[in-house]
Design a protein around this ligand. Structure first.
Ligand SMILES: Cc1cc2nc3c(=O)[nH]c(=O)nc-3n(C[C@H](O)[C@H](O)[C@H](O)COP(=O)(O)O)c2cc1C
Length: 320
């Protein structure tokens, strides 16, 4: 059976915040492994794993990285921007990742930087996340002091509280110091992003999954969850009227029933389930007779729902 926690591994009981404890569970070993490979080889591993973006569109991560021009093709710097703006109501998975395993996010950024040959990483964090900012900044400082950043500059930038800045091009505008408004596409950020340079933009959970892909290997990773489309795990946000709300990492394909009843302890006060919101407020609600639906892209797609959008928010609401 696939392990249940990969992204949050080691932090199931208590947060894994400092460098020493992260290294005690093998932290930064995957960065060393990646740096011993050619950049293109790292991108190939990501493509083979079929890791898809955890921030919205479920776009294949390796393929997105392959769109970034290599230094021989362009005379500009290339950038990495991590989307930590997380403002969708009911979504709090990136927050949990940053609080529990900040160094795994930093490690993922550095592996991605090697893959696309970038020397600049910007992490754009939601302005309201002040504790998360402090924890993440401390991890970046610690990694820098330990020499792990090598020649990479890593900057954690606090947003000012605008929901729209989670949209990738509005985020870039905001990072450049302008009003956070979406740009028209094309050009896509991979070609013309931050300061009109090629920019790889990924969600916190996506980037934090990169060291996991290297650790388990792309072949094994691609068997976890519901292959071929929904590989790996997700950090599901369970909220609403359940006994044990929280962020729980499980492989794709767990059912809504398992999430609510086995993991979440069922509906509070012994009440009856009325509806479940899967995928955020812009999608249809799931009725109680549908709770055996699996949480993977194909199963949800058949119901007119979509796991990629709004990061698999899950609310359980009960009858009054
Ligand atoms: C209105 C709007 C809000 C968004 N908010 C977020 C967000 O808070 N966090 C996020 O990672 N992606 C958000 N996205 C998706 C991003 O535009 C982008 O697709 C994502 O960061 C790409 O990362 P990924 O490939 O790792 O999923 C939003 C998109 C839209 C249209």
């Amino acid at each position: 059976m696939a392990p249940e926690t990969l992204v949050l591994a080691g932090a199931e009981e208590a947060p894994l915040r400092d460098l020493t404890s992260y290294q005690a569970v093998g932290g930064y070993a995957q960065l060393a492994k990646a740096r011993a490979l050619a950049p293109q080889e790292v991108i190939t591993l990501l493509i083979e794993s079929n890791l898809r973006g955890r921030g919205g569109a479920f776009f294949p991560t390796g393929r997105k990285a392959s769109f970034i021009p290599t230094p021989d093709k362009i005379a500009k710097p290339v950038y990495i921007t991590v989307n930590a703006d997380e403002s969708e109501p009911g979504t709090f998975k990136d927050r949990e990742i940053m609080l529990r395993v900040p160094h795994r996010l930093v490690e993922g950024c550095l592996i991605a930087a090697h893959a696309i040959q970038s020397r600049f990483v910007f992490i754009y964090i939601r302005g309201e996340y002040s504790t998360e900012y402090e924890v993440l900044q401390a991890a970046v400082d610690e990694a820098r002091a330990a020499g792990l950043l090598a020649d990479v500059e890593m900057l954690v930038h606090r947003g000012a509280g605008a929901y729209i800045c989670g949209e990738e091009t509005a985020l870039l505008e905001s990072l450049e110091g302008k009003r956070g408004q979406p740009r028209s596409k094309p050009p896509f950020p991979a070609i013309e992003g931050l300061y009109a340079s090629p920019t790889l933009i990924n969600n916190v959970e996506t980037i934090t999954t990169i060291p996991v892909v290297l650790e388990v290997g792309p072949e094994e990773f691609s068997k976890i969850g519901v292959p071929p489309d929904s590989t790996g795990t997700r950090v599901f946000c369970l909220s609403g009227n359940v006994v044990r709300p929280g962020a729980y990492e499980r492989p794709h394909g767990i059912t809504v029933r398992e999430l609510i009843y086995d993991i979440g302890g069922g509906i509070a006060d012994g009440r009856e389930l009325k509806a479940v919101m899967v995928g955020g407020s812009s999608f249809p609600v799931m009725t109680p007779d549908e709770v055996d639906t699996k949480l993977d892209a194909t199963s949800l797609g058949q119901k007119g729902l979509f796991i990629g959008s709004r990061r698999a928010v899950l609310h359980a609401r009960v009858l009054r």
